[in-house]
Ligand binder design. Sequence first.
Ligand SMILES: [Zn+2]
Length: 173
Amino acid sequence: MTMYKGMRFVVSPVDSEHRGFYEHARQHRLMVQKCSDCGLLRGAPGAGCPFCTSLKWTWQQVSGKGTIYSYQIVTQAIQPAFRDWVPYAIVLVDLDEQRRVPWRNAEEGEYISVRMVANLVKPNDPTKPEDQENVAIGKRVEVCFIDLDDKLALPQFRLSNEPPEHTPWRAPV
Ligand SMILES: [Zn+2]
């Protein structure tokens, strides 16, 4: 039984998209799906392309580097396993691959990036959350992995040593 923070980590054996994602992570590779018809990458595993509805896709390895596009501070542990983490940040990461590809109403600024939601963890200890005052939009991050067992691992993100993409911004508190 695969466990994470005292909870069962369940991935259905028939859910090939999520299972593949976590199995590649165990090899410390961050993979996203690439649509075989429109060619766009998507950050959340799923059967169909959210852009053209095609069911054909392949895995593509990405660098795991990106920029914090947005974040949310979790102040109440809805899941008791995270009681010792609050307050902590959940980040929405713009991966470096497929940044701002024009789409549909491109003249009105509509574009596609490949984004992932993740925990932001300490650079030297992926089992601990990053201090919330260090979280800001525009800061650079990189993927790291928590090995759950010999088959599955959980991708997480940590702040990298690269300079921020723009002046970092935090919501006033
Ligand atoms: Zn597509």
